[in-house]
Design a protein around this ligand. Structure first.
Ligand code: ASP
Ligand code: MG
Length: 426
């Protein structure tokens, strides 16, 4: 008998029918003899709708009240799921984040979990109940207020519960079948991975893959939680995300399989490029520029600086599209101070990233990427690398084609087309 934490995303509990389907899955797990703790997201687009409402009554909603409002979405789904389970003849008890002992810092809208004290959950489990917990929310001890963890925070709730309860596995259910070598909506030949290392998963998530949230994967990595990402709509197994030293539960079946060098290809359309042109090529200018950008709150990803022949250089960098306007405004205000000649804003870019732990030990991995892009006649505008990732910035109109070409070049294409349940991955 195991202790299993299951997380169901908004698309899995979108309506009464879906909630009943989830209830059945939970009950099946209980029937198999396991203890079950469930973390749920709000139904469908509830969180977005609540946010819209808030913005209709106030231009800048008070953060405390916004968290009171948004946390109500998960209270609806948790209670309905508990009722559905009751009606199947099983004991279930729902708990808010604060009842579940989800203790966070005080930052409304982006709270971090600092402690989990699941006393009431333990009691309920000991009494034989199925436990349902509202995802995405917590409680701060100093302010005694309800907090939320940031969009997509229910993944983190589930992983934190799994860590605190020493669960055997944290199953994250969504409307996709698992982690794929690339986004199957862009690359139909993308294959579902049997397993992936958490460090590869973090790089993919940070570079555009949307199946799992970065903070949840980080939390799992730090606390040694085994994640199993799988689909609510099928009973087939999904993808295991393995932390350091963790064994693949399916190892026995496929012993001796050689690990591929590249785990996946991620695409990201969410960034914009800013070029600061004609920057005096003297020490301290990059520092000035990036201090200004940081103060505007923009999160810089890639940076390139041209060689200067004339004593002036161009510095280009990428930021999330939503941050670009603020960064441009702040830079423009300091143009004379910094002494650059002009600013260029380009939001027609796309980022392609190739991720694989095998890059550490294999040479020639980047050559394959560059050859594939060159054969496809695709121009590269920026390049950056980490130990296990190579990213390039391209025209956004080239990104899908580039991803398909590169996916093929690394031998990642599967024989059968991936099934996509028209899902969002949430
Ligand atoms: N309901 C929240 C959101 O939509 C949390 C989640 O779905 O994980 O962001
Ligand atoms: Mg949601």
């Amino acid at each position: 008998m195991a202790l299993i934490v299951q997380k169901y995303g908004g698309s899995s509990v979108a309506d009464a029918e879906s909630i009943k389907r989830v209830a059945k899955r939970v009950v099946d797990t209980r029937r198999a003899g396991h203890d079950v703790v469930v973390a749920v997201s709000a139904m469908g687009d509830t969180t977005d709708e609540l946010l819209d409402l808030a913005n209709e009554v106030a231009p800048i909603p008070a953060p405390r009240e916004l968290d009171m409002l948004l946390s109500s979405g998960e209270r609806i789904s948790m209670a309905l799921l508990a009722m559905a389970i009751h009606s199947m003849g099983f004991e279930a008890r729902s708990f808010t984040g604060s009842q579940a002992g989800m203790i966070t810092d005080s930052q409304h809208g982006a709270a971090r979990i600092v402690d989990v004290t699941p006393v009431r959950l333990r009691e309920a489990l000991d009494e034989g109940a199925i436990v349902i917990v509202a995802g995405f929310q917590g409680f701060n001890r100093d302010t005694r207020d309800i907090t939320t963890l940031g969009r997509g925070g229910s993944d983190t709730t589930a992983v934190a519960l799994a860590a605190a309860l020493s669960a055997d596995v944290c199953e994250i259910y969504s409307d996709v079948d698992g982690i794929f070598t690339s986004d199957p909506r862009i690359i139909p030949t993308a294959q579902k991975l049997d397993h992936i290392s958490s460090e590869e998963m973090l790089e993919l998530a940070a570079n555009g893959a949307k199946v799992l949230y970065i903070r949840a994967v980080e939390y799992a990595r730090r606390h040694g939680v085994l994640i199993h990402a799988r689909s609510t709509f099928s009973s087939s197994e999904g993808t295991y995300v393995l932390g350091e030293g963790m064994k693949n539960p399916r190892e026995a079946e496929e012993a001796e399989m050689e690990e591929p060098i590249v785990a996946g290809v991620a695409t990201d359309f969410s960034q914009a490029k800013i070029t600061v042109a004609g920057v005096p090529d003297v020490p301290g200018k990059a520092a000035e520029i990036f201090k200004i950008v940081a103060k505007s709150g923009a999160n810089v990803d890639m940076i390139v600086q041209n060689v200067s022949a004339t004593g002036r250089t161009d510095i280009s960098f990428t930021v999330p599209k939503a941050d670009a306007a603020g960064a441009l405004k702040s830079l423009a205000a300091e143009q004379n101070e910094v002494g650059f000649s002009n600013l260029v804003h380009d939001d027609q870019i796309g980022k392609l990233s190739v991720v694989g732990a095998g890059m550490r030990t294999h040479s020639g991995v980047s050559a394959i990427l560059f050859e594939a892009l060159s054969a496809g006649g695709i121009n590269i505008e920026m390049i950056s690398t980490s130990e296990i990732r190579i990213s390039v910035v391209l025209r956004d109109s080239d990104l899908a084609e580039a991803a398909r070409t590169v996916h093929t070049a690394y031998g990642l294409d599967g024989e059968i087309e991936a099934t996509v349940h028209a899902g969002t991955g949430r």
